[in-house]
Design a binder for this molecule. Structure first.
Ligand SMILES: Nc1nc2c(ncn2[C@@H]2O[C@H](COP(=O)(O)OP(=O)(O)O)[C@@H](O)[C@H]2O)c(=O)[nH]1
Ligand SMILES: [Mg+2]
Length: 222
């Protein structure tokens, strides 16, 4: 017989966060502001992809960016140089953003008249997958040098995203990276996942990515 209590603390944290995330999503829908949560490991190309995406879409819609990082300002500076509205969020050691932190970021940023906000989440394939930020859609980047076994190692991340961008496709000849195997592994975890190979460096695949965003923003604003 059990003589002690077991408290599922983590579960209650998730339940609370999920509730706040749903409320935030409703608010964003009401304001017709589409929030994209972009996740990946450090160095896979989030900021470079953000810059390319801004360049492709800036004539079609009002864009803003939230850069989350443990402590640095490097990425926000890069985005600010393009003239795009941006805020840097310091998580102070936390490896992810939750819905409350995202809401604080949106308040600090100011969302008036903004159609599309990209949230560059903290570089990490584990914690960000566990916390719903309240985003309209979730995307992740897997870059070629990281290897084609990542869906096997980080299944939750691949299961919860709407889009998988396979970045640094320009380097595929130099790595043992089986693109078909990644597609099969990701689709096994997530049959509805949209997979777009891109190079944020050369611009390959960026048109398809920008089209996906245009379509989703339009649907969100209807
Ligand atoms: N060859 C190649 N390098 C890239 C590509 N995208 C990003 N990089 C490089 O990868 C490094 C990390 O990119 P960054 O955007 O800072 O990644 P983040 O840490 O995920 O934001 C930088 O040196 C980029 O220039 C790409 O498509 N091809
Ligand atoms: Mg970055």
């Amino acid at each position: 017989m059990k003589t002690f209590k077991v408290l599922e603390i983590k579960e209650s944290i998730f339940e609370d966060n999920n509730r706040q995330a749903d409320l935030l999503r409703d608010e964003l829908k009401e304001k017709k502001t589409f929030l994209l949560n972009l996740m990946s490991s450090p160095g896979s190309g989030k900021t470079t992809t953000v810059l390319r995406t801004i360049d492709s879409l800036k004539s079609d819609m009002n864009i803003a960016v939230m850069e989350a990082d443990i402590d640095s300002d490097v990425d926000a500076r890069a985005v600010a140089n393009t003239g795009t509205k941006v805020i840097q969020l310091h998580t102070g050691g936390m490896c992810h953003l939750d819905a409350d932190m995202t809401k604080q970021g949106l308040t600090g940023l100011g969302t008036e008249d903004i159609d599309f906000i990209i949230l560059e989440n903290v570089g990490n394939l584990v914690c960000p997958a566990e916390f719903d930020t309240g985003a309209s859609k979730n995307a992740m980047i897997l870059s070629v040098p990281e290897g084609d076994d990542k869906p096997l190692k980080y299944p939750l991340m691949f299961s919860m995203v709407d889009v998988l961008l396979i970045n640094k496709i320009d380097t595929i000849d130099y790595f043992d990276f089986d693109l078909e195997a990644v597609k099969v592994r990701a689709q096994k975890l997530n049959p509805d996942i949209k997979i777009i190979p891109i190079s944020a460096k050369t611009g390959e695949g960026i048109d398809e990515w920008a089209d996906w965003i245009r379509t989703e923003v339009k649907k969100w604003q209807e």
